[in-house]
Write a protein that binds this ligand. Sequence first.
Ligand SMILES: NC(=O)C1=CN([C@@H]2O[C@H](COP(=O)(O)OP(=O)(O)OC[C@H]3O[C@@H](n4cnc5c(N)ncnc54)[C@H](O)[C@@H]3O)[C@@H](O)[C@H]2O)C=CC1
Ligand SMILES: O=C(CO)COP(=O)(O)O
Length: 328
Amino acid sequence: MRTPWTIAVLGAGAWGTALGATMLTGGHRAKLWARDEALAQAINADHINERYLPGLKLDQQLAATSSMENALKNADCILAVTPAQTLRAVLADAGPHVPKGVPVVLCAKGIERETGRLMSEIASEMLPENPVAALSGPSFASDLARGLPTAVTVAAKNAGLAMTLAEQLSAPRLRCYSTDDLTGVEIGGALKNVLAIAAGATHGAGLGASASAALITRGFVELRRIGEAFGARPDTLMGLSGLGDLILTCGSEQSRNFAYGAALGRGESLEGRPLAEGAHTAGIAARIVRERGLEAPIIESVTELLKGRLTVLAAMEALLSRPLKSET
Ligand SMILES: NC(=O)C1=CN([C@@H]2O[C@H](COP(=O)(O)OP(=O)(O)OC[C@H]3O[C@@H](n4cnc5c(N)ncnc54)[C@H](O)[C@@H]3O)[C@@H](O)[C@H]2O)C=CC1
Ligand SMILES: O=C(CO)COP(=O)(O)O
């Protein structure tokens, strides 16, 4: 029997709301922090998050607040679920109210644009007295919120903590595996978003299913190369948080990153589109690749595409005309 926890979920977007609802199904108490007071009130009054999970009825027990102090009061565990580029600011606000020693589980998938830091590095810097972990894997928020099943990875450098968190955060429709390869889990989640933009662009430009499969496979080689340069273990990158999430997000327009790439491929405007974390991660990923002398032409092409310096067709031609080499 596990002990029911009070879980503070920082971020009432699609993923925070879905995770909060899922935690309730696991027998925990969950409180959502929403930066927007009106959204918190609407969730409490209507039990629906019309802005981020339209049409999905939420458990009435899922309470929301715009007060960080309220959200974090008596928390046994914190899930940080705002976009990657906002994590530093959100943890700065949360800091004074965070109970010492409780685990902070990072659920955003990205790398800080200005510094190249992973989410765990930011959290350790901002909350040095709290252990950090990450939860990542193939998991569309709307799937979880509708009660559809999936499996994810929970990572912490301390294997015991990772196991405890995997046990606590698992729910009837959410199976959590544990690992101590925190870096591997974070790198896989961040880079698959960049590759999903590439896959979407290939699809949007009508280059065909064969091209998509080739691009995703060679993109995964780049993900593994970069991951291993960071010290990630190959089996982590082959797991749920790497390959698993890559398969999910490179396969359908349900992925916002894929949909963003598809719009790019079709030559549509990118203004006002939903969050596409890969668009924020691509530039810093390309910089890391250059600084470390790695080879990642697909990830670099995404950066050039996003800057408008390359078209999808020109990127495809450049990738195809690179010198031939052994596959492995
Ligand atoms: N939606 C999904 O299916 C999944 C999302 N994720 C990851 O979770 C993270 C959050 O994604 P979503 O919830 O989907 O995004 P979203 O766009 O649905 O919601 C983002 C939330 O963060 C808040 N926010 C935005 N800027 C903020 C700021 N400066 N300060 C504080 N709060 C701010 C918004 O108000 C909103 O509540 C991303 O890194 C994403 O990659 C991970 C797995 C699944
Ligand atoms: O990370 C996700 C699913 O695992 C969500 O992907 P998108 O952010 O591309 O929608």
